[in-house]
Design a protein around this ligand. Structure first.
Ligand code: GAP
Length: 429
């Protein structure tokens, strides 16, 4: 982890937020390559879950919502962690994360556990009074639930259908850590799928499979991925059943995504608290009911850490990030063999031809070997080298990141070659 974290900083993937002021604990900034990788993950999720399906539409709802939303959803009462303080050194811990009864740092006596709500509070408007309190959302899902009727009517959707959303969420976590794994500001990719009671179990299973397949389609090592069913004592306040997809990080098996059977808890609660009818009428069966929700909820930052850890390979001669090409920040790097104007002109021409299709980068500093190593380390799947022969025969050398094999390709066929190599087809069922 330490070497990965230091590579992330050096190469411009991820830095500590506000570093020049000493950093802000558990908040992170994505640099140029991190921003590209993050976009690619979100695009891959949106593509597989919205664009390729006829039964899912997208949404982008606001972070600040009416405070009654959190009363109805149960977050005000239940979205809490048990906290204990050390009476001696004043350190704070999550009671359920402690294996000892005395402070693990100084051995001091601990207080009784107190419930601590994880939602961040702020004020809407200029007056800081109780009536103006609003919360930063701790999950994006509630925006989808409160808009359920509007979206269903506007899109003329029939159950079963889903609504997908990607956006920031905030939790005042008691023990953030493990780099970007658990932070206080993070992004989620959430899909709420509305079904009838009759079909709920089948859709629950389907979504567990679909989400499992999505990670594999992006090259994740299946031996490091597992499904784990929640025990009754672990279930969130809204869930009837839940499967976690877990990945084996250097710090152990950890949840990267939760697929939950939420029953009709959320819609029923919003019906009760808002007084609005959020039921669904099925004109095929003449039934009116409150739909069941099957949810697939993933963290963008957690997925990003998973793909980074999985792709980070230290070979004797090089460090290589074996990212799936769909996720790689640059798809190709183009080099002139030497800093000669005629070679550089050809590099520019190739770049102009490719850049509308793929993010590409050029590099003319250092030896070719060094340039290959730099691209290997940031996960660029192909390096294209223009040499003196290229000026004669119009062919360039294309080197594969993983196998390091090299082939000569004519510049005319280059775009088609890359399109063929870089295409990605997730399984959608
Ligand atoms: N709407 C359901 C929900 O929010 P969750 O299990 O609390 O369920 C879903 O969160 C996903 O969001 C997690 O699997 C994880 O990937 C991500 N996530 C949750 N808390 C996080 C945090 N503090 N930092 C980074 N990612 C987090």
């Amino acid at each position: 982890m330490d070497r990965l974290i230091s590579m992330c900083k050096q190469r411009g993937f991820i830095y500590q937020s506000s570093e020049i002021y000493g950093g802000l604990n558990s908040c992170w900034d994505y640099g140029p390559l991190g921003a590209e990788l993050k976009r690619n993950i979100k695009d891959a999720w949106w593509y597989a879950n919205v664009h390729l399906r006829d039964d899912v539409v997208g949404a982008d709802t606001s972070i600040l919502m009416h405070p009654d939303v959190w009363r109805a959803s149960g977050h005000l009462a239940n979205f809490t962690d048990p906290l204990v303080d050390c009476k001696q050194c004043k350190r704070r811990y999550r009671a359920d994360h402690l294996s000892t009864e005395v402070c693990p740092e100084c051995g001091g006596e601990l207080t009784e556990p107190r419930q601590f709500n994880l939602m961040f509070k702020t004020f809407l408007g200029p007056v800081e009074e109780d009536a103006a309190v609003v919360y930063l959302r701790p999950e994006t899902a509630q925006g989808i639930f409160v808009d359920f009727k509007l979206t269903q009517a506007a899109s003329r959707l029939r159950i079963p259908f889903g609504i997908a959303q990607i956006g920031k969420s905030f939790r005042n976590e008691v023990s953030p850590g493990n780099f970007i794994f658990r932070s206080r500001e993070f992004e989620q990719m959430e899909l709420e799928f509305f079904v009838s009671e009759r079909d709920a179990d089948e859709w629950f299973e389907r979504w567990v499979e679909a989400r499992w397949n999505w990670y594999l389609s992006l090259g994740l090592n299946p031996n490091k991925l597992r499904k784990r069913a929640h025990g009754p004592d672990e279930l969130a306040h809204y869930a009837k059943a839940c499967f976690d997809l877990e990945y084996e990080f250097p710090f152990g098996w950890q949840e990267i995504e939760g697929i939950a059977h939420r029953g009709n808890f959320d819609l029923s609660q919003h019906i009760k608290h808002s007084g609005k009818d959020l039921s669904y009428f099925d004109d095929r069966t003449n039934e009116r009911y409150v739909p069941i929700v099957v949810e697939a909820s993933a963290g963008v930052d957690r997925a990003l850490l998973t793909f980074l850890v999985d792709a980070f390979v230290e070979e004797p001669e090089r460090v290589v990030l074996k990212l799936h090409p769909k996720l790689a920040p640059y798809k190709a790097a183009i080099f002139p063999l030497q800093k000669k104007p005629e070679l550089q002109a050809m590099v520019e021409k190739i770049k102009e031809d490719l850049k509308y299709d793929f993010p590409v980068i050029t590099d003319d500093t250092g030896s070719i070997g060094k340039r290959y190593r730099r691209q290997d380390e940031i996960g660029t799947p192909y390096c294209i080298t223009v040499d003196f022969e290229s000026l004669e025969d119009g062919q360039v050398t294309v080197r594969d990141r993983d196998t390091m094999a090299q082939v000569r390709i004519s510049t005319e066929g280059l775009k088609a070659y890359l399109h063929d190599k870089l295409q990605w087809r997730p399984v959608v069922k």
